[in-house]
Design a protein around this ligand. Sequence first.
Ligand SMILES: Cc1cc2nc3c(=O)[nH]c(=O)nc-3n(C[C@H](O)[C@H](O)[C@H](O)COP(=O)(O)O)c2cc1C
Length: 437
Amino acid sequence: MARQLHLGLFIYPGGHHIAGWRHPSTPAAGVTGLDFYRTAAQLAERGKFDLFFVGDTLFTREKDGRFFGRQAVSNLDPVSLLSTLSSVTDKLGLVGTLSTTYHEPFAIAGKFATLDHLSAGRAGWNVVTTWEDRASLNFSRQQAMPKADRYVRGREFVDVCTALWDSRGDSPAAPARPIDHRGESFTVAGALPVPRPVQGWPVLVQAGGSPPGLEFAALVAEAVFTAQTDLAQAREFRLSTHARMARYGRRPDEVVIMPGLSPLIGATEAEALRLERELADLVHPEVGVWMLSENLGFPLYDRQPDELLPVEAIRAVKKPTANADMLLTTAARQKLTIADSARLIARSRAHHGFVGTPEQLADLMERWLREGACDGFNIMPPYFPEQLTVFVEQVVPELQRRGVFREDYEGSTLREHLGLDRPSPGRFQRMLAHVPA
Ligand SMILES: Cc1cc2nc3c(=O)[nH]c(=O)nc-3n(C[C@H](O)[C@H](O)[C@H](O)COP(=O)(O)O)c2cc1C
């Protein structure tokens, strides 16, 4: 059988396009209510998606007293949301983001063990160290922790969580064997009040892009979410992830690599392009320039929108993040103006954008899979639920016809959907033994 795609639905209130919530078909006022999420999750399950993914937001984007970002007012708590969705779905994996920088391992291990039990083995944890420094202000810290330190803490955090999940052994009736962890960041002498998760551990997901982030993913990640826009670079990324994993004694089949893909789908190319223009017209110009300034860490508010993006000046001020670097390279090569760059970032927040027909999208997805650029995609509909419905009704059947996507779920747990082993107790500590000091 041909290698199979894995599909995630990356949900974002109102859609991934910055103006998605303004599209007439989007129930913008409903993005804090259960109906909106239930509709999306049940649609994803109808499309046999592996998983439903939700991010976290530990700060709100505010400037001069105005909120620009949708998440400022509408990002629900991931684990509470997923726990609720576990009761209205049967097979769909449920992946939530929680930060290792701003939480404690005992509480997080308990939350995900609970979600895994309630969902009968469908939980996943996107382990982040939090990209936004301003989050520290909401957690009693004036200064953000340096990135390298965040990842050292992250590693110890996962070490403690896995030890807690493992400490009950595999029998629900087994007595708790308290752990006795004394480390740099955490001292934990106890046992979880929840039996070992159905999946052993929730599926561990990672999405960091910096060098320490990539290293962390090589050790921890069973699924990697990443922003890749170019097939050759994506293939390189996948191979380098496998190479890094080998240093921890891990095999390539122990990870599923899923780049983000934000498809805008029309019945014909002309219709897709019309939808693209319609969405672009819905973006408020100030919002576009604000997003760009935030993303690049460089204020562009007072410049003319038709000026070329000052790529050199931006690079001179600070080293760009991996995503910003990709955008700057494109802007320099294509001589993009500030307004052009703002539109580009607005379209998909630097993830892979696509505009076209279901067949063209299936061509792209099949090609990336066959050429080893990915193991699947995290689908990021530009607006909900209309574009997700089109994907499920028109793209999924096309992928099935081509024999690269399941006709139905074969297993019940997220690990089974992703083809991942159930970890034996102590696996993480055995891997840590490979970690260079
Ligand atoms: C698909 C995807 C989703 C992400 N979701 C979150 C999130 O919800 N919360 C967060 O703090 N970071 C999120 N990130 C960012 C990364 O996980 C990571 O925190 C960020 O890249 C900073 O780490 P780095 O410095 O190693 O790049 C996401 C990244 C990707 C590719």
